[in-house]
Design a protein around this ligand. Structure first.
Ligand code: F6P
Length: 402
């Protein structure tokens, strides 16, 4: 395949490391004598490319203006599924747009929905290579943005301890992650959260309450200034014990057709408050610790905090900048060599690793076997702890994705 010009698309939710992907693509392509251009604002921009007068060429000067360590994407985003566009000539329109700007192939960075469009466009004869991106980390390979989100979640949750300790608050921090709990889990561990609730484990609120009560009471009673907090990190896709997920029915669906998730933090607060109000030990504890004020302060405060888009904004982690550069550069080589319909999964030494995009976008959940280890160290996952029975295995291999 003779690739002289590559179009770069970033799609789905923005996150850390994307600008490094863009720079990795542009610089590797430049080194190979290939030009790169931005297709702006994700698949919306691809559909409307034909109507543009110009596209931005990522020459050396323009690329140097992009800051790799800043999250978000210089190329812009949208959540648009091409197959759902109400236009029978959409693929022809896209092909005409690509022809207009002499774009021979696309490198598209995004998550599972974006990847499904990569598969779709490839089947329509448009050469595409996929770079895995999603803070949710629910693809088979590592995806750029995950590490940045984990770091930010852990910093936010850790920082909230100062207000928690000042007011003896029980804090529930609800974080993005859609249907999986990778970032809540790793970010929660990073912040030394007391409880981490993820969609892979339906929550038993009596177990969570008992863990909270024991930990929180002991902390305050041990403290010479009677200060203590209890930190819960919860993934937005939380499942109640009946296996139900909490949707924000009033928020409708996003452009990819997913129902919007919301309310996990609030639901947990309500569950804990309900138990605090009816538990006779609570009033005794409040009196013992000098917190009790009749009619005003009779149970500890439970508050939910939702950092929302902050977890995917701001700075990218150094890991994501590294991965982004490598994956972006690797994608150029794949596209040049005609390996379309594939996802670059990493670069090890001189090897560019890849797999079919159809495989890469299959959902990966948290391996709940590992939770037992953290349960043995004291973390609550809203279930009866499972005994950690380690097996020793001598193995020489590189680290897999998080
Ligand atoms: O898929 C990434 C993600 O951050 C999810 O974790 C979250 O549910 C969703 O995007 C939020 O989407 P939006 O930015 O469109 O509100």
């Amino acid at each position: 395949m003779d690739i002289k010009r590559i179009g770069i698309i970033t799609s789905g939710g923005d996150c850390g490391g994307l600008n490094a992907v863009i720079k990795g693509i542009a610089r590797k392509a430049y080194a190979l004598g290939i030009e790169t251009v931005v297709v702006p604002n994700g698949y919306a921009g691809l559909y409307n490319l034909i109507d543009l007068d110009t596209v931005v060429v990522l020459n050396a000067e323009r690329v140097s203006k992009i800051e790799a360590s800043l999250a978000g994407s210089e190329a812009g985003h949208s959540r648009v599924k091409i197959s759902k566009i109400d236009d029978p000539d959409k693929y022809e329109r896209i092909k005409k747009g690509l022809k207009k700007f002499n774009i021979d192939g696309l490198i598209i960075s995004g998550g599972d929905d974006t990847g499904s469009v990569v598969v779709d466009l490839t089947s329509q004869g448009i050469p595409c290579v996929h770079v895995p991106k999603t803070m949710d980390l629910d693809l088979q390979p590592y995806s750029v943005g995950g590490d940045s989100a984990i770091n930010r979640i852990s910093v936010f949750a850790r920082d909230l301890k100062t207000t928690g300790l000042s007011h003896n608050r029980i804090l529930v921090i609800e974080v993005f992650g859609r249907y999986v709990g990778h970032t809540a889990f790793r970010g929660g561990v990073g912040a030394e959260a007391d409880a981490i609730l993820i969609p892979e484990v339906p929550v038993d609120f009596d177990i969570l309450y008992e863990h909270m009560k024991t930990t929180y009471f002991a902390r305050i009673e041990r403290s010479d200034v009677r200060a203590g907090t209890y930190i819960i990190v919860v993934a937005e896709g939380l499942k109640t014990s009946s296996g139900e997920m909490l949707y924000d029915e009033s928020a409708g669906v996003d452009a990819f057709g997913h129902k919007k998730l919301a309310g996990a933090g609030k639901y947990i607060r309500q569950q804990l408050e309900k138990r605090l109000k009816t538990d006779p030990d609570v009033q005794a504890f409040m009196k013992r610790t000098g917190m009790y004020v009749p009619g005003i302060y009779v149970i500890p405060e439970v508050r939910e905090v939702t950092p929302g888009h902050l977890v995917r904004s701001g700075q990218s982690s150094a890991y994501d900048v590294n991965f982004g550069y490598k994956a972006g550069a690797g994608a150029v080589v794949l596209l040049r060599d005609g390996r379309t319909g594939n996802t670059v999964t990493g670069v090890e030494g001189q090897k560019i690793l890849y797999m079919p995009t159809t495989e890469a976008i299959k959902r990966r959940e948290v391996d709940i076997e590992e939770l037992a280890l953290f349960e043995s160290l004291g973390t609550c996952f809203g279930r009866k702890p499972v005994e950690f029975k380690p097996e020793l295995c001598e193995e020489h291999r590189t680290e897999r994705s998080m």
